[in-house]
Design a protein around this ligand. Sequence first.
Ligand code: ADP
Ligand code: MG
Length: 339
Amino acid sequence: MEAKLGEFDLIWRFFKAGSESMAQTQINRVLLGIGDDCALLQSDATQSLAVTSDMLVEGRHFFAGANAEWLGHKALAVNLSDLAAMGAKPVGFTLALALPNANADWLAQFSQGLFRLAQQWQCPLIGGDTTQGPLTICITALGHVPAGSAIKRSGAKTGDDIWVSGTLGDARLALGALRKEWSLNPSSLETVLPRMHEPEPRIALGMQLRGIANSALDVSDGLLGDLRHILKASQVNAEVLIDQLPASRTLAEQTQDLRRQCAANGGDDYELCFTAPASKRMEVESLSTALLPLTRIGSITSASNGAEPELILRDANGNPLTNADSMRLTQSFDHFKST
Ligand code: ADP
Ligand code: MG
């Protein structure tokens, strides 16, 4: 029997090859195609255009009946987060919307959440499409980045420090409590819910990381699985100190197993994970003081010849985790394999 086709296998097999087989003349303005947080197009001599699309589907990315204001915020936030991962500054977005019915109250709340965030980042809505159908929100966001300074997944170098912004795992902790996978007292749930419903795209950080970070991505499917995308694109390995992953006070109060699972593998964090040379530590630390806490969680090591990237996890004492524990923590979300 053929192995189950995963999300990334299918993109690579059916879409990446097709896009790359196009004549060079047609794609000479495409600086970067499928495989990073955004595509990059040559805009003019001084700037590149970063383009990204992300979709939210009812029953898949959010519960039926979810608060419309939060949905408006989140649909744009997850796209701006991809711009942030490349170091791009938002310039505008389009909105494609399938709605089961035209409910004015719902639309008023949705647009309130959407435009509050759009205004915060001076990112106007410039077009879209509207149809009747199962609730689906698809946004395409556009951003600018000075030519040559976009931060790609492929730039990590041996010896780089690995950093992550903010804290990880709260969105997963909240989701698990709502799904009754574990219990959380009501006040703890209150504290972590905003991380699930209203993620904050780290745009200011992404822009400041130009010229400092060698590689970056935003953490949407779980830190360690996402970090593997950097390792693969950059052909390097990594070591991560699993108990050093930044956690909120609420997550830090949970059992070690739950804490590790949520922080390492949670998904929906929308923090930036980036690598930077050790010589840039002072610069990263000043960003950490000026913008939001940045935590050093490990380092990039050299690749083992031609093999899949290796990710070694170490506990608080520096001892490597067992294979079984590592496996469990490094399997991030895949829309087709995880079902
Ligand atoms: P992210 O989580 O950063 O939004 P994804 O994991 O969704 O990125 O996608 C990985 C890469 O595959 C991205 O470069 C994205 O643009 C590309 N991609 C995803 N789906 C498709 C598709 N249907 N056709 C072409 N490219 C796609
Ligand atoms: Mg991304």
